[in-house]
Design a protein around this ligand. Sequence first.
Ligand SMILES: [Fe+2]
Length: 378
Amino acid sequence: MDTGLLETSPVKLGDKGLHLGLAGGAASYFNYYWLRDNCPTSFDSQTRERVFDIFHLDSAPAPEQAAVVDDALEIVWKGDGHKSRYPLSLLEQYSGGKPRHDPADLPRRPWYSDHYAAIARFSQPELLANQSTVAKWLEALIVEGVAIVTDMPDSNEGLTELVRLMGHMRPTFFGDYFDVRTHIKPTNLAYTAKALELHTDTPAEEMAPGMQFLHCRANSVEGGRNLFLDGAAVANDLKTEFPEDFKLLTETEIPYYCEHDTYDVRSRQRVIELDEHGEVSGVTISQHMADIFDLPQTFLDRYYPAFCRFGRMLQSDKYLMRFTLKATECIVFDNHRIVHGRAAYSATSGDRYLRGCYADRGEMRSTYRALTSEGRFK
Ligand SMILES: [Fe+2]
C-alpha cells in the first residue's frame, strides 16, 4: 500500500507504543492509545470537544505504518485504515509527561504590612471598557491576591457589572449578596460596630467561595479601619521558622461549622492550603467558625501550640496592612489566601455600608486564560 510515508523515518514501532526522534532530544515514546485518542480529527472544530470515543475500539490500537513527513508524524492505523497526522510541535509538548502549560499558574508574590500604596488599582469604567485592563486586574489577583477597583458607581448594578467581567456570581448560604450595614441603631447583632477578628469567609462550606468583593458605598464613621494580610506570606515564614508546625497545619483537617435554627453547615479544612506544586496557596482561618476540635487529645498537645503560633503570627505588625476603604472603592481578594478583619468603630459617628459578594476562582482563571493565551483551538 502506498501511504506516501517516507522510508527513512526516525520512527520505531514497539509493542504498545512507538519511539520517535524529536528535535533536540533523545527518542521520545508515545503510547498507541494516546496517539489514537488524540488524533487531531478526534476534536470537533466547532464545539472544540472530543468526538472520538476510545471506549468503542474493538481491539488495542496499533499502526499499520508510521513515519515522519515534513513536520508531522503520520500514522495509518490497522483495522479501519484511519490516517492520523500529528504536528511534531504537539508531540513535543506532551513528550515529557509534564502537566500542560497553564498561563494562569503564575507565581504568587508575597506582600507585607506596607503594601497599601502598592496595591494594584483599576478604575471600574476602564475595566468595563477595556479587556486588556481586565487581564491586568485578574493577573494582579492571581499574583498578589488583592486589588482595589476605584470609581465604582453608587449602585448595586455597579458591583454586578464588575463581577461579570470575571465570571458568575457565586452564592453562599447567605444568598447572592450580603450587606454589611450599621446605622445609628443597629438592628442586626451580626453587623455590630465591634472589632471583627481576622478570618477568611465561610470556611464551614464544603468549598468556601474563591474571590470576594467588598464594595464600599458609605464610610463616614470614626474607626473601623480595614485589616488585610497575605496569609500565604505568613504561612511561608512559618514554614521557614517552624517547619514542624507548618507540617501539622498543612496536614491536619480541623472542623468548621455554621449552625442556627434552620441550617447546620459543616466542613473540615486544613489551615494552610498547598497547591499542586506543594507551594502554599493560602489559608482557611476563622476563630468564630472553628468547631470544637474533635481530634485525639494527645494529638492536640502538639496541634494547639502550632495553631496558636500561626494565629499570633497573623496578628503581627509585619503582615497587617491597615487602611480605610473609601466610598466608591471595591476591594477584591482571594478568600483562600487573604485574611481580613476590621477594627471597632463608633456606630454613632456616621454611616458605614459595604455590599459584598463572591465569584469562583476557577472561573476567574478561565477568564484570564481566555484573555491572554492562544488555547488549543485558536
Ligand atoms: Fe469577612
